[in-house]
Design a binder for this molecule. Sequence first.
Ligand SMILES: NC(=O)c1ccc[n+]([C@@H]2O[C@H](COP(=O)([O-])OP(=O)(O)OC[C@H]3O[C@@H](n4cnc5c(N)ncnc54)[C@H](O)[C@@H]3O)[C@@H](O)[C@H]2O)c1
Ligand SMILES: [Zn+2]
Length: 370
Amino acid sequence: MSISTHHPADISRLVRVALGPRSYDIHIGAGLIDSAGTLMKPLLTRPKTVIVCDEVVAGLPLARLRAALVASGIETAEIILPPGEQSKDFATLERLCDDLLAAGIERNDLIIAFGGGVIGDLAGFAAAVLRRGVGFVQVPTTLLAQVDSSVGGKTAINSKRGKNLIGAFHQPATVICDSALLDTLPDRQLRAGYAEVVKYGLISDRDFFDWLETNRAALFAGDPAARRHAIAVSCEAKAAIVAADEREAGVRALLNLGHTFGHAFEAATQYDGRVLHGEAVALGMAMAFRLSTALGLCATTVPERVATHLKAAGLPAHIRDLANDWPDAGNLVKIMGQDKKVVAGRLTLVLARGIGDAFLTRDVAEADLL
Ligand SMILES: NC(=O)c1ccc[n+]([C@@H]2O[C@H](COP(=O)([O-])OP(=O)(O)OC[C@H]3O[C@@H](n4cnc5c(N)ncnc54)[C@H](O)[C@@H]3O)[C@@H](O)[C@H]2O)c1
Ligand SMILES: [Zn+2]
């Protein structure tokens, strides 16, 4: 079956994640959940699946997804979990695994992760360990999940000792990315996801950053073509990096641009929602560019251009943009050092020579960071 005959290029886009036997397609377009049954049918060994979602998403388009599966003759059950980061814990994982077994999920079945990054990470990890690994499909419903967490196969829950410390690499069988689902997403969540979109431009695609400067307003206004393009380019960028380095032995770490700085602000607020992940990443990217310029690596005008774009999108670019009683610089740097991207006690940072020209370094002195 050629997907493009079902969804002409002007309606949807297809991005391939090339990982040998674990390769899969990302389908991107407005209204695509109505085609979920058609897209999933060829991947199923029997017409049966379970949808995992949170209570918020259950109140939104769950009925449409169910109807699309039923229309293709696929029997479905649903497991509905409480929303929020707290659900990425052992207690919820235990309940989820038990409910999946009770629903009769077998080794060759696929489960559906229908939601934001929390549901994707949690249901993905449950799929990775249930019966030593069942398949799963990502149907992401937040911008962050559509451009980042649903692609690449990282799944995890949190430990008391840190975020995402218990997990597995487990690639989905396909990703169905319906950009129209973003219509109900709260503005703040949309902005936070947008930080990850900007990230791809800043890492390796100057033209895309230029395009975002011109098209950001259309994207936020819900223009379907602008959203589809931004999501597709983001997924292509992530797919290329993941294909080159599935398990983050090297180049995949570029995706952490802004994240090591950002981690300090997220951890300092105990991930309680005062600072969303994408907000911390936006601030972290602005700081990474400022440090790059301070070290003489990047032209002086660049950090301001980056900050201007982030602020226009309603994202923080200076510490003062995030009202909070922050620890001092020394303590923030200490928290950065507890990030899981630390190897042998040395911080790996992503810095940049310009927009679209990021690189990894372990050579930044603590004094410069301070
Ligand atoms: N696996 C990865 O590679 C990866 C990458 C980045 C982030 N993550 C993880 O992703 C998580 C964050 O994901 P997120 O930002 O999507 O958060 P989330 O899953 O908590 O979703 C944010 C909120 O939006 C609600 N929501 C979801 N879809 C909606 C819709 N269409 N309309 C209205 N409301 C909707 C959710 O119920 C939730 O309250 C974190 O746990 C992070 O660790 C994972
Ligand atoms: Zn991120």
